[in-house]
Design a protein around this ligand. Structure first.
Ligand SMILES: NC(=O)c1ccc[n+]([C@@H]2O[C@H](COP(=O)([O-])OP(=O)(O)OC[C@H]3O[C@@H](n4cnc5c(N)ncnc54)[C@H](OP(=O)(O)O)[C@@H]3O)[C@@H](O)[C@H]2O)c1
Length: 345
């Protein structure tokens, strides 16, 4: 295949330029008008973004020290999952207009190797689900619950961050596994969503509780003990749940969003309430979506039909406007989203 000359694409790119100390805001990014032109080598394609993801992990990667990743470098386009369409191709695998999933970051146009994008079947499911229920958040929820949680019918599951992208799926997967499921989320509207739309057995608005003790008392009253705690938020909520775990409970650490805007750099003095793991001979396990990337098919084989038949709720909060990306990332920490937060461009 010959190298092709490209037409010029007027690009917009958000560069990550400054490490946040607390909350991530617009000042940590720089919006640049650039141009994508030049040549398209063999097997390269150009993708125009349509949906761009904002995810809490971005804030983890913005820390200065290593986490499960080296820190996101400064001075490059903010990395992110994207769904877009092919607008130029020098590959047999793609034609113009094909929908693809990629990791092209916060930019309108991206040139990449054909092997870096994955074709999407827009008839099988809404393409945006590749960034949500049929993408990384879905994979996290599925393998985190099924492999680390090992749910059994009749067990009691508590999910924190339950109205979000990962949490709302974990909660529904646990219901389908025959568990009693309780969700913890911020605000009455989200709690109503958990009970009325997701049909959970109960929901708890953590914002109504000022102390760990009060929240903990409500959790025990509601659940009568917890077999599986799927944790997305950490902090006071986790402190309130752990003393209520039952014998052989499984605690799954998926995320700790309450700690991302500073708390990861200055964590609590030590692990709190871990004595309860001793008392209950429980296990605690961290899980990471990328560890299951190669097993994505296992999950989609089961979950895609549920999506197709609308047997599960895959709520999306969609914000329009490329310029809104930093604002949207920040809004995750204010709980403005229900389900998966996406920016449509
Ligand atoms: N381990 C992995 O591989 C993996 C993969 C994906 C995501 N995660 C983690 O899973 C968690 C959820 O991610 P997501 O993509 O599904 O995001 P999300 O839940 O859709 O959005 C974040 C939500 O977190 C809640 N939140 C924000 N600040 C909080 C605080 N201080 N205390 C309690 N809740 C707070 C907000 O809901 P409320 O309105 O209810 O407060 C907000 O809507 C994050 O911690 C993320 O890092 C981990």
């Amino acid at each position: 295949m010959q190298t092709q000359m490209l037409q010029s694409f007027p690009n917009r790119q958000w560069f990550y330029v400054k490490r946040p100390v607390g909350r991530v805001t617009g000042e940590h990014f720089d919006l640049r008008e650039t141009e994508l032109s030049g040549a398209l080598a063999a097997n390269e394609v150009v993708v125009k973004a349509r949906y761009i993801s904002v995810d809490p992990y971005m804030r983890i990667q913005q820390h200065e020290r290593n986490t499960y990743d080296v820190p996101h470098p400064l001075g490059i386009v903010q990395r992110a999952g994207t769904v877009g369409q092919i607008v130029a191709t020098n590959s047999d695998k793609f034609k113009d207009g094909d929908w693809v999933l990629g990791y092209n970051g916060w930019q309108m146009f991206a040139k990449c190797h054909a092997s870096e994008v994955q074709k999407l079947d827009s008839d099988a499911a809404p393409v945006s689900t590749a960034l949500g229920v049929l993408g990384m958040p879905g994979r996290t929820a599925w393998f985190g619950l099924m492999e680390a949680g090992r749910p059994r019918p009749g067990e009691t599951v508590v999910v924190s961050g339950a109205a979000g992208a990962v949490g709302s799926l974990v909660a529904q997967f646990a219901k389908r596994a025959g568990c009693r499921v309780f969700g913890i989320a911020g605000g009455a509207a989200k709690c109503d969503f958990l009970v009325d739309k997701l049909h959970l057995d109960g929901a708890l608005d953590y914002k109504k509780y000022q102390s760990r003790e009060a929240l903990s008392a409500e959790i025990v009253r509601l659940t009568n003990g917890v077999d599986i705690y799927f944790d997305n938020v950490g902090g006071m909520i986790t402190d309130a749940v752990i003393p209520n775990i039952k014998l052989r409970a499984r605690v799954i650490i998926c995320g700790a969003i309450s700690q991302y805007d500073g708390g990861l750099d200055e964590p609590d003095l030590g692990p709190r309430f871990l004595q309860h793991l001793l008392f209950q001979r429980a296990t605690i396990q961290g899980i990471l979506a990328r560890d299951y990337t190669q097993r994505m098919d296992e999950m989609t084989k089961i979950v895609a039909p549920w999506v197709r038949n609308k047997e599960i709720v895959f709520e999306e909060t969609i914000v329009d406007g490329f310029e809104k990306l930093p604002e949207c990332l920040n809004s995750l920490f204010e709980g403005k989203n229900l389900g998966k937060l996406l920016v449509r461009v």
